[in-house]
Design a protein around this ligand. Structure first.
Ligand SMILES: Cc1ncc(COP(=O)(O)O)c(C=O)c1O
Length: 471
């Protein structure tokens, strides 16, 4: 028997009441199941007991009892005078279906993800209707390829406040994540006189592929403990840097190098692309401001919501020097005419209400604790490895003792169902390179982290111990 109903608050709630039980028990089971499989998300409001009772044709007291029972079990949150809502917590899984790989692993430390169970669903749920209420009809019309004027104005302020970016709404283009932003910039550069671009070595393989797809030759920029070295930049028409947290090695670009890159760019009249993908998350001292602030007419600042909120939003932004704006707008117009306007408006709302700041502060504390726990676990299980790049971001790099190869660790990881990434694919070319393991410690869901870490510790302990014994 399936019952469908619409809440007083307007949400559609479809419940399959299992047959062969009393109505109270059937409702309890159906609601618990809807929360478990994520059809009812944390923060979502349930119909009032009166509305649900009318729709299901049961006594209101039955619904009140069921709500109380599920609240006692931690599935629901009830407050006097407020609507009953789905509680946050381990009972409430992601509504997003797990990817096949996560179903097969016991610990997921892949690179490049925040904890998706911490996405601020309740705040997003509040932001969306507010955004809709305040949106002029015209804003729903054919999209301005630069993005919503409101989000661009909000972002210009926000980036100045939190990252020291010097820009205006007229210089901002909203794009589909950093990935599209990089493509747009490479296309714009290639449409001008640029024929090459320097990329850090190592860097994300996708970024190399994007530059090449735009027709630019990729020049490698060496990286050391102070970040990228400027030599390769003097031989290329532009360079892409991740100054706050080199990806994947994790170094912070030193003040001297920042000044040197900015000086070279200004002297040669060329551009730097600043990939600020996780600059919000810095643990040991205040966030390092954006390089863009040193040379706004020569640095393209690129940010993304992929680490601060969720990669699935596909929200990114470019703060552009005046000389590149028109070419990038044209590239964006040709690519897709503009980014989803409602997501942009909800994001603007999230920033303006202060909810984004609060979320980032909360997550910075959590990821900082995760990082500390990772350091402690490796020190306990595998003292022979060393860990780097941990001042910021959501990933760390582990260097291996000489007699242990990256392949040893990855093979053992596969056997033990621990998802890890090796450093090798990040290097340009196939020549000699340093091996290592990249650990995305933001990826496990909050309630799985302790157990994932234990699996990782045992894995690293077993690999380093067995290799030491055979030497
Ligand atoms: C180095 C680097 N840059 C940028 C990004 C963000 O990419 P996007 O905004 O396209 O999701 C990531 C995300 O994982 C990254 O690792």
């Amino acid at each position: 028997m399936a019952d469908s109903c619409t809440s007083a608050g307007g949400i559609d709630l479809h419940l399959d009441l299992p047959p062969g039980r009393g109505r109270r028990s059937a409702l309890e089971v159906a609601l618990r199941q809807a929360i478990r499989d994520g059809r009812l998300a944390p923060g979502e409001w349930l119909p009032s007991s009166r509305a649900l009772a009318v729709q299901l044709g049961v006594a209101r007291g039955t619904v009140v009892e069921v709500y109380a029972q599920l609240a006692a079990e931690g599935y629901l949150r009830t407050r006097p005078g407020a609507a009953t809502e789905v509680a946050h917590g381990p009972h409430a899984p992601s509504r997003v279906t797990a990817e096949p790989v996560t179903a097969r692993v016991v610990a997921d430390f892949r690179l490049g993800r925040p904890d998706l169970s911490m996405f601020p669903r309740a705040e997003w749920l509040r932001a969306l209707p507010r955004a809709l209420q305040t949106t002029a009809h015209s804003e729903l019309g054919p999209a301005d390829p630069r993005g919503s004027p409101r989000l661009r104005a909000v972002l210009a302020n926000y980036l100045g406040r939190v990252r020291g970016v010097l820009t205006t709404s007229e210089h901002i283009v909203i794009c589909s994540g950093f990935t599209q932003g990089l493509r747009l910039v490479c296309d714009a550069l290639a449409a001008g006189t640029a024929r090459s671009i320097a990329l850090e070595n190592p860097c994300l393989p996708d970024h190399r592929a994007i530059a090449e797809a735009s027709g630019l030759a990729v020049v490698p920029l060496d990286v050391d403990g102070s970040g990228a070295r400027p030599e390769g930049f003097t031989r290329s028409a532009a360079a892409v840097l991740a100054p706050a947290h080199q990806a994947p090695l994790g170094a912070t670009l030193s003040a001297e190098r920042r000044a040197e890159f900015a000086r070279i760019a200004a002297a040669r009249g060329v551009y730097l692309v600043e990939d600020d993908y996780d600059g919000e998350f810095r643990y040991d001292r205040h966030p390092v401001g954006a390089l863009q602030g040193l040379a706004p007419e020569h640095v393209i600042y690129a940010g993304s919501a992929s680490k601060s909120l969720a990669p699935g939003l596909r929200l990114g932004w470019l703060a552009l020097p005046s000389g590149l704006i028109d070419a990038v707008i044209e590239a964006k117009r040709r690519a897709d005419r503009g980014t989803d306007v409602l997501a942009q408006l909800a994001f603007a709302e999230l920033i303006e209400s202060g909810a984004l700041d609060r979320h980032i502060r909360r997550m910075r504390r959590r990821y900082g604790n995760r990082r500390d726990a990772l350091i402690a676990t490796l020190a306990r299980y595998a003292p022979a490895v060393s860990i780097h790049g941990i001042a910021a971001g959501l990933h760390a790099v582990v260097s291996l003792p000489e007699h242990i190869s990256e392949a040893d660790v990855l093979t053992a990881a596969q056997q033990r169902k621990v998802a890890l990434t090796g450093l090798t694919p990040f290097w340009h070319g196939t020549g000699h390179h340093t091996e290592g393991i990249v650990i995305g410690y933001g990826t496990p869901l909050e309630h799985e982290y302790a157990s994932a870490l234990e699996h990782l510790g045992q894995l690293m302990g077993a690999v380093t111990k067995s290799s030491t014994e055979s030497h």
